[in-house]
Design a protein around this ligand. Structure first.
Ligand SMILES: [Zn+2]
Length: 259
């Protein structure tokens, strides 16, 4: 028991030391981002607000257009969670680089840039601290941690279980889709509940949907998403779906079930 606690602590410390924004997580539920951020380099903190400052879009300019026919294979609604891994051989067709050198699916580049500019116009600095992450990279981090634990004497199944508490299973993290971003702000880069009360956290909650992004892991949906409340984690689904989701208060899993 003592050993498990110590190991758990050490894992958290390792993650924190490797990440751009730091994770302050109570271990009640799992988090996507303890592991997702472990590839984040400290470069993020030095580049608060990308280069985009021209052609500003105020938040009123982007209005959702209302309902839309649902299509099963719509790339914007792809689900990646503990129960639904991405399909074998999943790849993002094309990546585009945003602030801090982070990458996202090129199809959502414009939406992100518009959101960033709109926030800036409203006096809010959005700082990305994690975005796309390849399944290969995640596999190597996950397996590396399993190996380390096994060298410390854990059985393989124990090592995988413990690793799964802090590292998203490869192919089951939304960051593998290229459609998810962790967004903080220069003055508050800790990944914890407190971020929700910052200007950036509030702005995102009220405005992200106008650009097609949803708060993916709401506070009251932890039982369904199986992920702790993550006020920094936003997922692109397109403007129409985002508006529907925002209005309904459903999380993505519920929304997809209903369709
Ligand atoms: Zn995330």
């Amino acid at each position: 028991m003592k050993k498990t606690l110590l190991l758990c602590l050490m894992t958290i410390m390792t993650i924190i030391s490797m990440t751009g924004c730091s994770m302050n997580q109570n271990h009640q539920a799992s988090s996507q981002d303890a592991s997702d951020n472990s590839t984040v380099s400290s470069q993020a903190s030095s580049n608060a607000q990308g280069s985009e400052s021209s052609g500003q879009t105020s938040s009123e300019d982007a209005k959702p257009t209302g309902g839309e026919d649902f299509q099963d294979d719509d790339w914007r609604l792809i689900l990646a969670n503990a129960d639904h891994p991405l399909p074998d051989g999943f790849t993002v067709p094309e990546l585009a680089q945003i602030q801090g050198g982070y990458e996202i699916d090129a199809r959502i580049y414009d939406a992100f840039q518009q959101m960033e500019s709109a926030a800036e116009a409203d006096g809010v600095d959005l700082l990305v601290c994690s975005a796309y992450r390849s399944i290969e990279k995640q596999t190597s981090l996950f397996e590396g941690n399993v190996q380390e634990l096994m060298e410390e004497g854990y059985s393989e199944s124990e090592a995988r279980r413990i690793t799964g508490q802090s590292y998203a299973i490869p192919g089951r993290s939304e960051h593998n889709t290229g459609l998810a971003l962790d967004i903080v702000t220069p003055d508050y880069q800790t990944l914890d509940d407190g971020y929700a009360d910052t200007a950036a956290g509030k702005w995102l909650k009220n405005n992200a949907y106008k650009y097609g992004f949803i708060l993916r892991y709401p506070k009251d949906k932890e039982d369904i998403t199986k992920i702790i409340f993550e006020p920094w984690h936003y997922r692109y689904v397109g403007r129409d779906y985002a508006a529907e989701i925002q209005q309904s208060g459903l999380c993505l899993e519920e929304f997809l079930d209903q369709k």
